[in-house]
Ligand binder design. Structure first.
Ligand code: ZN
Length: 81
């Protein structure tokens, strides 16, 4: 299953790189060298969730307000854009 890098959007550079202490799959991008986690056992930042967060954000809510609306601690928009 192909994964896009959340930073550089590279589709063919992402490989698995062990697991976090929480048991989430960690990935590393061979292109930009960054590691990231796509799925966690806690909140799942799936496509629908991201869309909803972006929608709320562009409606004029601050990132803090969006986080509150979605009942998460903070919105990592850097991961979405
Ligand atoms: Zn990358």
């Amino acid at each position: 299953m192909c994964r896009n890098c959340i930073y550089c959007k590279c589709k063919k550079c992402v490989i698995k790189k062990g697991k976090t202490k929480a048991g989430s799959q960690r990935y590393i991008c061979k292109n930009c060298g960054k590691t990231f986690i796509l799925k966690s056992k806690g909140r799942n930042y799936d496509e629908e969730f991201k869309k909803e967060a972006m929608r709320l954000y562009f409606e004029g809510n601050s990132s803090r307000a969006v986080a509150r609306l979605l009942k998460i601690r903070s919105v990592p928009f850097v991961c979405f854009i």
